[in-house]
Design a protein around this ligand. Sequence first.
Ligand SMILES: [Zn+2]
Ligand SMILES: [Zn+2]
Length: 230
Amino acid sequence: MTICFICFEPLVSTFDWRSLLNPSSTDRVCSACLQKCPIISSDICRGCGRSLADLASSHYELDTCMDCQKWNDASFFNRSLYTYSNFMQSIIERFKFQGDYEIIQAFKGQWYKFYKKECNPKAILVPIPLTEERLYERGFNQSLALAELLSDNIEMPLIRCSGTKQSKKDRQSRLTERLEFKVIDSSMVTNQEFLLVDDIYTTGATVRQAAKCLKEAGARSVHSLTFIRA
Ligand SMILES: [Zn+2]
Ligand SMILES: [Zn+2]
């Protein structure tokens, strides 16, 4: 018997047209759980991929939110599949902090479809690295797990330097401090196109710092794909 990877209820395997027309419905998730996962589907900010419908009109201009106007880097953009909710937060907590590595399989079909629709197929996937200490503590890199659901064209040209946890810093120090990434070998980077992969885009500081680091080492283009836009 197959069960939903989120709520563990049995998945009803009756014949349905959706499974014929859409192979992604073989996702290990029930329709009740899937309905609680809010896909970003309205007009989005061209910089960070957040839903503009969720913002007050004073928080964006044309197709760009105020946060992205402050970043002032039109060459970078992020796309995210889901918007933040308490339900999504509980899934990320099970995935990252309780070691429920398999839960992400529930989203494989939607995540892959979104990647195919939104992203440059030639770009090399670069999961955001963890520091050595964090990798040891967690046992796996959640961004690598997310990237592996999309393609095997994955490289790890960056290392992450030890420092304070992002979640413990306030917004201002996240935005102004020195880079926390280093390129291992710039010959891996020169003239390449990259797609950074991470679980959550919150302020954007992490993916933008990683992108800056790759660009300074000679990357032709760098964008990012995150599972959730907080
Ligand atoms: Zn379920
Ligand atoms: Zn934005």
